[in-house]
Design a protein around this ligand. Structure first.
Ligand SMILES: [Zn+2]
Ligand SMILES: [Zn+2]
Length: 117
């Protein structure tokens, strides 16, 4: 998300915040963009991917509105413990993880099943 009150004509890097943790971007960790400026950090994506994709869990209560694709969803999804209004559907988790996994700029990798504990 964009920092509330940020000047859209003069966005600074720290005006971009993870919707799921509220963490401010410093350009030094991966972020994936969804619709309407929604953002998920690599760290949050790791947790979401592990819980929803690897463990088959769902913390989002359906129907919910996915923060990333803005669609109303019944599928499994992840609700951020830090910002309960932020939810991401399984499809967006997989898409975002796929994008980040392939991105040469970052060393982010999809979590592996055996590392999930
Ligand atoms: Zn985050
Ligand atoms: Zn979605």
């Amino acid at each position: 998300m964009h920092r509330p009150g940020a000047d859209p004509a003069n966005m600074q890097i720290s005006d971009f915040l993870c919707d799921f943790s509220g963490r401010e971007w410093d350009g030094a960790f991966p972020m994936v963009e969804g619709h309407q400026g929604s953002l998920i950090s690599g760290d949050c994506l790791t947790v979401a991917y592990t819980e929803v994709v690897l463990q088959g869990a769902s913390s989002a209560e359906p129907p919910y509105r996915c923060t990333m694709c803005l669609e109303e969803k019944e599928d499994p999804g992840w609700q951020s413990p830090a910002r309960p209004e932020a939810m991401i559907c399984k499809r967006c988790i997989k898409q975002s993880a796929g994008r980040l996994h392939k991105d040469q700029d970052w060393e982010w990798r999809k979590p592996e099943a055996d590392a999930a504990g």
